[in-house]
Design a protein around this ligand. Structure first.
Ligand code: GLN
Ligand code: ZN
Length: 760
């Protein structure tokens, strides 16, 4: 008997049922009973497919109404003070995740943060000296019982205490020197209780997720792992689980822990295996994560069989086969798709990965039929491994260093651009998108299904663009945008126009709560065989004498937010995208566009988990960005935009992008980002966002002036821009105009009446 399992399964449902059920419930259109029913059905289906595909256990505890880290907070009774209620229920959970929608008091939502290097966002736990923990939320136990009652063999998953603390933050009540780790002993008490309870339910194995094992942990966090697990903490057996990176930095700690097995992500880091085998304790099982939970590709089964057959011989029953990480990060079912053509034979989504796992296990155990089937199954992959086509490769090889960057230095470019653009002090602009109104969405939908003709759709877009230009002129902004009415998504729009991508219809992946994204899939070389943005940008420019900013998504962001082919390195793919954008930049400027923004919001999130790999990542990421902008003449002003992340620790790389203007999200942290400039003087122009576009609140003139003022303490006025902190597509026009009116007013007041003490 051999063991196969997955670390978790997508919970949104094949038709995104959970999303729609949640949103209906939040709008007050359905009852809690109806929501609970949808959740139950999804869970039961998920367990059933795991059982049907022959997994040893079904994974329980991976279902979440909003987020699995938030589940853990409730389980442990760690409720932020402002959300505490007598009777914890589903609504309290949603209040923590989304804020108390009904009142304007300070029941703010908890922060969200990226789950390691994925595009999934978790709800950040909050801690202070007064945090105390107790077993409060029964969901995990209820679900275990639910699965048992259906006759399943159950393996619960739980986020371990060290990762839970690590992923949290100190809340407002915490004093300055407060160390979250001081809470560990208390926390462990509750974990012991949880394990006891699971054992009492008859659970044999628990999947104990400690994904921080993949990080280069500081000594105090390694110490914490020892404190947590040096002695046995659970009457059940424990599978210590880590993913997304190798565990080698923490090897000395891991081997001392009183657990019963270790799971390795051998898709992300196959090379760790040899080392781990040298110290893996005799009695432990090794769960080999070899079916990649984060991509959409069929596994190369013959190759995996070859690589892991001898391991099977060596470890026997102690070898388990598994998904590399939770399948949460891959789309649900390929059978939903039509219209992917032959590419379909190269793809596998979550449900297909279950089958792969089983086939792999049978074949590795020596089943001849399975061996033959796995060869057939992976046959389509043979066609995949063709390298970059030669014409494109030649073009890339022939690029000389001068063609990979701007020709003049920023200082020289700045002078030339000022000559040509004649912008006032503190130029005002926006980040690209304007409200995506119901009307725009409806028209796009009708166009897609064919009830709105190309001609009528184009006419509608032209109207939206003209409207956006008119409104911006009236507001008195200095650098205008066309508003992105033609784009549903800043990556998908480009993926549909560039060669080398396929765009699925249903390959949704949860991003946070009820939000899902549908990443494009890079199946081939990326080339630009037609213009991408020229027509609409040119049209917008024809309507005004003010400069209109062309709007492109950068190479690193397009790559990071897509599923990438795996026969080329990420660096090579980014370079292909960059070359395509380079052509687009060139054509935009030939069409009379003087300002071009290349968005890179994902540059921070694409960073490897290990700091030791940052430098090489940033090297190619910066080169790719520079290549996209390199065709710009000195008089063409290149902007870039970043948001959603902490940029303080990569400011030198951000500066190395050498964009003429950087606009960046800062207003939520009241410009705290700018403190980075205390240590690092950003050399080019910069527009720190002066208001938070995620909030419907209208910023006052005084608030905006105050923020510009703060920014001016770090950045010389001559290099300062004024703009919101991100695109405005989620706002309505009324909010947008009111906010921008105040922004322009604040700027105008400052231009004539700069506060004393700050030199102009
Ligand atoms: N230009 C994009 C917009 O305004 C930028 C979005 C982003 O930063 N994520 O919508
Ligand atoms: Zn942004």
């Amino acid at each position: 008997m051999s063991t196969t399992h997955i670390l978790g399964y997508p919970r949104i449902g094949k038709q995104r049922e959970l999303k729609f059920a949640l949103e209906a419930y939040w709008r007050g259109e359905s009852s809690q009973q109806q929501l609970l029913e949808v959740g139950r059905t999804i869970r039961q289906k998920n367990w059933q497919v795991q059982q049907d595909s022959g997994q040893t256990w079904v994974t329980v505890g991976d279902f979440a109404w909003y987020d699995q880290v938030l589940n853990t907070s409730l389980l442990l009774g760690n409720i932020p003070e402002r959300h505490q209620v007598d009777n914890l229920n589903l609504d309290s959970m949603f209040a923590i995740a989304r804020g108390q929608q009904s009142c304007a008091c300070n029941h703010a939502a908890s922060d969200m943060s990226k789950w390691f290097n994925t595009n999934y966002h978790y709800i950040v736990p909050e801690f202070s000296e007064s945090s105390c923990f107790s077993l409060q939320w029964q969901q995990l136990f209820d679900e275990i019982e639910e699965a048992l009652a259906l006759g399943h063999a159950v393996k619960p998953v739980i986020l371990g205490p060290v990762s839970y603390l690590y992923l949290g933050k100190n809340d407002d009540a915490a004093t300055a020197g407060f160390q979250r780790l001081s809470l560990l002993p208390q926390l462990l008490k509750v974990y012991r209780e949880i394990f006891q309870k699971m054992a009492a339910l008859g659970v044999e194995w628990v999947q104990l997720d400690e994904p921080v094992l993949g990080l280069e942990l500081e000594p105090q966090w390694q110490e914490a792992l020892l404190d947590a697990y040096r002695t046995r903490i659970s009457p059940t057996k424990l599978l210590l689980t880590s993913y997304f990176a190798d565990v080698l930095d923490n090897a000395d700690v891991i081997k001392q822990l009183a657990v019963d097995g270790l799971h390795l992500d051998l898709s992300a880091a196959p090379e760790q295996l040899q080392q781990v085998l040298t110290w893996l304790p005799e009695k432990w099982v090794l769960s080999a994560g070899i079916i990649n939970g984060r991509n959409v590709w069929r596994a190369n089964l013959p190759d995996l069989i070859e690589r892991y057959r001898s391991l099977k011989v060596r470890l026997g029953e102690r070898l388990w086969l598994a998904s590399s990480c939770s399948l949460l990060h891959s789309p649900l079912d390929l059978d939903n798709e039509d219209g992917l053509g032959d590419a379909k034979y190269r793809l596998a989504f979550a449900q297909q990965k279950l089958t792969e796992l089983q086939l792999l296990d049978d074949a590795i155990s020596g089943d001849a039929d399975a061996l033959r089937l796995s060869r057939q199954y992976s046959a389509a992959l043979q066609t995949l491994n063709k390298k970059t086509n030669s014409a494109l490769q030649r073009r890339l090889d022939q690029l000389n260093p001068e063609q990979r960057q701007r020709k003049l230095t920023f200082i020289k470019r700045q002078a030339i651009q000022q000559q040509s653009l004649q912008l006032p002090l503190l130029p005002t602009t926006t980040i690209g998108s304007f409200p995506q109104t119901d009307q725009i969405r409806r028209q796009r939908r009708e166009y897609r299904v064919g009830t709105l003709s190309q001609v009528d759709y184009d006419a509608a877009l032209a109207k939206h663009i003209a409207d956006a230009i008119k409104r911006q002129e009236k507001l008195g902004l200095d650098v205008l945008v066309h508003g992105e009415a033609e784009r549903n998504d800043m990556v998908e729009y480009f993926a549909e126009l560039l060669d080398g991508f396929i765009v699925s219809r249903f390959a949704w992946v949860q991003s946070y709560g009820s939000r899902c994204v549908k990443p494009a899939i890079i199946v081939d070389d990326i080339e630009r065989s037609k213009p991408l943005t020229i027509e609409w940008t040119h049209y917008a420019q024809s309507l005004t004498t003010k400069p209109v900013k062309g709007m492109l998504t950068g190479p690193v962001t397009i790559l990071t937010w897509s599923f990438a082919r795996e026969d080329l390195s990420r660096a090579e793919i980014a370079e292909q995208i960059a070359l395509a954008l380079n052509d687009e930049v060139n054509e935009l400027q030939q069409a009379g566009i003087k300002v071009i923004q290349i968005d890179e919001p994902a540059i921070r999130e694409g960073m490897p988990l290990k700091r030791s790999q940052w430098e090489s990542y940033l090297d190619w990421a910066v080169s790719a960005f520079k290549l996209s902008a390199a065709s710009a003449k000195p008089e063409t002003q290149i902007h870039t935009h970043m948001c959603y992340s902490e940029f303080n620790d990569i400011m030198p790389a951000v500066a190395a992008l050498d964009a003429d203007v950087l606009t960046i999200e800062t207003s939520r942290s009241a410009m705290s980002l700018l403190q980075a400039f205390e240590h690092f003087a950003y050399p080019n122009q910069i527009g720190p966002g002066v208001y938070d576009i995620h909030s419907p609140n209208i910023p006052s003139v005084a608030e905006i002036k105050n923020l510009i003022d703060k920014a001016a303490q770090w950045i010389p006025l001559q290099r300062l821009w004024v703009n919101p902190d991100c695109g405005l597509k989620t706002r309505n026009w009324q909010e947008t105009e009111a906010a921008l009116e105040n922004m322009v007013l604040a700027t105008k007041e400052l231009r004539v009446n700069w506060p004393k003490g700050l030199a102009l």
